[in-house]
Design a protein around this ligand. Structure first.
Ligand code: GLC
Length: 439
């Protein structure tokens, strides 16, 4: 009986190749709709820049805002496809009051942090800055865009519907930061793509698999049928906002509940199946269901699962693939006892099934997006990937690669997934440099 319940749930999370094919087709249709400016769950926001070519040079500041950790960096681009360097870096933790208060307070604290960074490092000259702002922004040009909605628990008031760079510039002026010019505003996916493209021009896609999920892809400008202002280049990077995709998804009752309990109900449906923020929530709901059916923990909900967000992604890592010693130590910490082998097996099976489904859904979106990509080489394509899920989750990269091959066949072998650390920082600097080069 217990075994049947567990198997039934794991089976529900198992995505077949034909389900992946359906998702791939639906993604392509939504991408077309987005590029034509029709209603679509994939926004396809123009990034107003092409992929870097490797010749970009100079010192640039980068601001990286995409989660509660906020970073300021000075980046050196050496040019000649040589590896960029982060010359100086500071990380600050934003408080719940800063991300959930007023926009003025949020941008004011960012300006304060930037001023402190400039003072600490005696940066007194004029600097161009690339701003990675990892939220759905409808760009109006390379250095201005309107925030469409907040995601990832941000809710600062007075920002949605407003111009982000304008708000940040006002805050810089208020705080007396005079020697910084914001040259470019970009999404983290675009930054990740660019950070890889400066050393490898075959990179035409950037993916984030972390707290959130999203894809940026280089497309031929002739395929973009919505207004793109005075942009002249033959290709352009598009911030897809792929996390919003909501068609052809085999949603389970757990997905529906995660959505119902989220702060952005009805939105970011595929992100809620893929990204690191939601996977532990799915595991928790499945565990609660198993407990309800008497299939786990003798029908009693352990405290760690009683409330949301206590069981975390890093716990999933351990239960999925940790050594017995590590699992036992964590069990002591979370459950106050060592789990019985059967309990351990079930918990690890659930974690693996949730992570594997995430990788398979992500693979379908990546393959579909590559179908539309404007490549620089017919034989090789690099996909830059950043984010904790891809980097740290045991076996995630392998599952993603295998799923891409399942779906794309031989073509899948030409797709190289490349971990691109600090993409959003280095990439922001690269975008600032690209923006200067294109005038
Ligand atoms: C969310 C944001 C998107 C970002 C992604 C990864 O989906 O809406 O802009 O790229 O998270 O950080």
């Amino acid at each position: 009986m217990k075994g049947t319940v567990v198997k039934g749930i794991v089976r529900k999370l198992d995505l077949s190749v034909s389900q992946m094919r359906r998702i791939r087709k639906a993604v392509e249709a939504e991408m077309d709709a987005g590029l034509e400016g029709r209603k679509s769950s994939i926004a396809m926001f123009p990034a107003y820049c092409d992929a870097a070519g490797g010749h970009e040079q100079g010192f640039y500041l980068a601001l990286d805002l995409g989660g509660t950790n906020f970073r300021v960096m000075m980046v050196k681009l050496p040019g000649n496809k040589r590896k960029p360097q982060v010359v100086a870096e500071a990380k600050y933790k934003l408080t719940p009051a800063q991300i959930g208060g007023t926009g003025e307070a949020l941008f004011g604290s960012i300006a304060n942090y930037l001023r402190k960074f400039m003072n600490d490092h005696c940066y007194t000259k004029e600097y161009g800055l690339g701003y990675t702002f990892s939220f759905p922004v409808n760009l109006l040009g390379i250095n201005e865009g309107v925030l469409m909605k907040w995601t990832k628990d941000f809710s600062a008031s007075g920002v949605v519907g407003r111009k982000v760079v304008d708000l940040q510039n006002k805050a810089l002026r208020r705080k007396g930061v005079k020697n910084v010019r914001i040259l470019a505003l970009a999404n983290d996916t675009v930054g990740t793509l660019q950070a890889q493209a400066v050393v490898d021009p075959n990179c035409v896609m950037g993916v984030i698999l972390g707290t959130g999920f999203n894809i940026a892809v280089r497309v031929a400008t002739s395929h973009i049928h919505k207004p793109i202002g005075a942009y002249q280049g033959a290709s352009m990077i598009i911030n897809m906002e792929a996390g919003g995709f909501d068609r052809a998804l085999p949603l389970t009752s757990y997905d529906l509940q995660v959505d119902r309990e989220s702060g952005n109900r009805g939105h970011q449906r595929v992100e809620k199946m893929i990204s690191g923020k939601y996977l532990p929530q799915l595991v928790r709901l499945i565990v609660l269901d198993l407990v309800k059916h008497g299939a786990l923990f003798d029908g009693v909900v352990p405290t760690v699962f009683a409330q949301r967000d206590v069981f975390k992604g890093l716990h999933m890592d351990v239960f999925d693939a940790g050594s017995v010693k590590a699992v036992n130590a964590l069990s002591e910490e979370l459950f106050g006892r060592v789990l019985a082998p059967a309990e351990r097996r079930i918990l690890s099976g659930v974690c693996r099934a949730v992570a594997r489904r995430s990788a398979r859904v992500a693979a379908a979106l990546i393959v579909a997006s590559l179908d539309k990509a404007e490549r620089r080489s017919a034989t090789r394509v690099t996909v830059a990937v950043d984010g904790s899920l891809f980097e740290k989750y045991p076996g995630y990269k392998r599952m993603l690669q295998a799923s891409i091959r399942d779906l794309a066949g031989v073509e899948g072998k030409r797709i190289h997934l490349k971990l691109t650390k600090d993409g959003s920082g280095i990439g922001a600097a690269a975008i600032a440099a690209v923006s200067l080069a294109s005038g």
